[in-house]
Design a protein around this ligand. Structure first.
Ligand SMILES: NC(=O)c1ccc[n+]([C@@H]2O[C@H](COP(=O)([O-])OP(=O)(O)OC[C@H]3O[C@@H](n4cnc5c(N)ncnc54)[C@H](O)[C@@H]3O)[C@@H](O)[C@H]2O)c1
Length: 272
């Protein structure tokens, strides 16, 4: 079979919705889609930020408002995109409340302080929003006979957080900052969602896969970097662009026989 240039990763005129697209990795996912010829739809709670990111990506990229916890907002986005482009081809469930444990720690995130309200807020965005978006866009994909869903999970879906990484000198044990439980259970839930979706519409041409990324190096303290890199075989955190090819792979026909796959991209951290 003779292959055209870019055959594997060709996303020419494919419309790809990136939820939470205005954040750190949303820009990277959008650049990947744009690079492969696709239309990156940067959909975020923060419309202004989404428009800025779309502008930065350039090409056919556009910013839209989306609240993944609101069915009406998801329906409106699908309607607007179908009116404009005729169809949507891929969904990247990327939106999250991503709790970064800073030097000051996190307020009220210790397990002893968990409340139904806080947990619900986190699960609404990080897990249930992905379920609603998958239902809405997946139904559209199934009707069209094709579509790909990529769930951005985390290494913390398959590993327990190493809370020693966040320890602060001078604080009592019951005051130490921790990575909250909501993140772990939401990200593990995305793996369940991925497998559920993989067996739900396979005959309608809908594929669903998950990526479990490791942490990205941004502005962490040297002390934190020294500690975390000891736990990663490749001895470094990820650079923001290092998930781009994987996202393009999972959205494109290059991954045509992959569904229900959970891919760790963590510098080997989950191997140890
Ligand atoms: N950055 C990392 O180190 C890392 C590592 C592993 C996994 N991840 C995962 O990658 C994804 C992207 O992470 P990031 O670092 O870019 O996060 P980020 O915080 O920079 O971006 C998240 C975006 O989601 C948006 N958002 C929040 N609530 C929303 C809602 N209700 N509807 C629509 N959008 C909403 C925010 O406005 C923000 O732009 C997340 O799912 C995160 O858990 C990130």
């Amino acid at each position: 079979m003779k292959k055209e240039k870019n055959y594997w990763f060709d996303l020419e005129n494919k419309v790809v919705v990136i939820t939470g697209g205005a954040g750190l990795l949303g820009l990277e996912h959008g650049e990947a889609i744009n690079h492969c010829g696709g239309v990156a739809i940067i959909a975020d709670l923060d419309l202004k930020a989404a428009e800025n990111v779309a502008h930065k990506i350039g090409g056919k990229s556009v910013g839209y408002h989306l609240d993944v916890t609101n069915q009406e907002s998801i329906d409106n986005l699908l309607k607007d995109l179908v009116n404009k482009y005729g169809k949507v081809d891929s969904l990247i469930n990327n939106a999250a409340i991503n709790p970064v444990v800073s030097d000051k720690g996190l307020d009220k995130t210790r397990f002893e302080d968990v409340t139904l309200l806080n947990l619900q807020k986190e699960l609404d965005v990080n897990l249930l929003g992905a379920v609603l978006c998958s239902k809405t866009f997946g139904t559209h994909f199934a009707k069209n006979g094709s579509g790909t869903i990529v769930n951005i999970s985390s290494e913390l879906a398959i590993l327990g957080p190493d809370q020693r990484l966040y320890k602060q000198k001078g604080l009592k044990d019951n005051e130490q900052p921790v990575k909250p439980v909501g993140y772990s259970i939401a990200k593990a839930g995305l793996i369940g969602l991925t497998k559920y979706l993989a067996t739900y519409w396979p005959e309608q041409g809908v594929r669903a896969n998950a990526i479990c990324p490791g942490g990205v190096e941004v502005n962490q303290s040297q002390e934190f970097l020294d500690e975390i890199t000891k736990r990663i075989p490749m001895a470094r955190m990820a650079k923001p662009h290092e998930y781009q090819a994987l996202v393009a792979f999972l959205c494109s026909q290059a991954s045509s026989y992959l569904t229900g796959a959970v891919i760790s991209a963590d510098g080997g951290r989950s191997v140890w």
